[in-house]
Design a protein around this ligand. Structure first.
Ligand SMILES: C[S@@+](CC[C@H](N)C(=O)[O-])C[C@H]1O[C@@H](n2cnc3c(N)ncnc32)[C@H](O)[C@@H]1O
Length: 283
């Protein structure tokens, strides 16, 4: 396990993922009933954008920095994301929250979350960071675990709450991640058919993404697809495109994200190939 998210925190992929995460959770919280969140590949919770790792290739400059610097009026989903981000980091712009901090900040008293992270150092930091966040916001119904993310999905489903969001955001450092994600989704849905599953993927190989999306379609559940390309492939290593798949998308999510499309492309796009595609499968 070589992947460390601190090299990438706050990049364009994090921005898109966390805008959608805040909008999805917000939409699910329109109902009072308590819900469960499982973050199967959680990371360490909050990232220092001035750290040595972040400084080495400051991807946040092409991500959250562009949103922070935006002069244009922002759509509601981006404003909500920035509000939660500010609350989670107490407005300190040198820090960027990871998914556990967005979720940890949004949890209500009746909600519960499990954050799972396999890397021992990331897990240690996650525990420390979450305990700081909890001291500030007083939310106690949070647990961390340290097992394989795909096992964590099996171990935690179905949740007794019978309403839940499952975040699957693996590092894509070893081959076969698309296959593992599609299988985990299939198995997860067998245990928890009404769960909202949010899966992130890197988009570096058109054929692999096409096969993965066919596998998702064949599962037969309604799926919201959100793809963002910020630049054309030019042979350099940096990520240029990524995608999200939300199974059983909560009511209103599609419209909220649709309304961010032109602003996201304008702020994060780097050349004329920048585009965001939003589609519903099996609706
Ligand atoms: C893309 S990062 C997660 C970022 C986080 N979800 C966020 O949005 O802030 C993937 C994380 O998965 C962890 N990881 C790697 N292999 C894992 C495994 N098999 N099970 C669980 N976590 C794993 C990595 O250490 C890394 O922190």
């Amino acid at each position: 396990m070589n992947y460390r998210h601190s090299f990438h925190a706050g990049n364009f992929a994090d921005v898109l993922k966390h805008i959608v995460l805040v909008a999805a959770l917000g939409a699910m919280q329109k109902k009072d009933a308590g819900l469960f969140v499982l973050d199967a590949f959680a990371g360490c919770g909050v990232y220092d954008l001035h750290s040595e790792q972040a400084a080495r290739s400051p991807e946040f400059l092409e991500g959250i920095n562009k949103i922070w610097d935006a002069k244009a009026a922002l759509p509601a989903a981006i404003k909500n994301y920035l509000n939660v981000l500010d609350e989670a980091t107490e407005g300190k712009e040198r820090f960027y929250p990871g998914s556990p901090f967005f979720v940890g900040q949004m949890l209500r008293d009746q909600d519960r979350a499990v954050f799972n992270e396999l890397h021992p150092l990331e897990k240690l930091e996650l525990d420390k960071n979450l305990s700081d966040l909890q001291t500030r916001n007083g939310k106690r119904r949070v647990k961390t675990t340290q097992i394989d993310g795909y096992l964590a999905i099996k171990a935690n489903l179905p949740p007794p709450e019978r309403r839940g969001l499952i975040i699957i955001d693996p590092p894509f450092e070893i081959a076969g991640e698309f296959e593992r994600m599609a299988l985990a989704l299939q198995q997860g849905l067998k245990r928890f058919a009404t769960g909202v599953f949010m899966l992130w993927h890197a988009d570096k190989d058109e054929n692999a993404v096409r096969k993965y999306r066919q596998a998702i379609k064949s599962i037969g559940k309604e799926a919201l697809i959100i793809d963002l390309r910020i630049a054309k492939e030019d042979g350099t290593t940096g990520l240029k495109a990524n995608g999200l798949t939300i199974i059983n998308p909560p009511f209103g999510l599609e419209a909220q994200i649709e309304a961010t499309k032109s602003v996201i492309c304008k702020l994060l796009g780097k050349d004329e190939s920048a585009k965001m595609v939003i589609k519903l499968l099996n609706s």
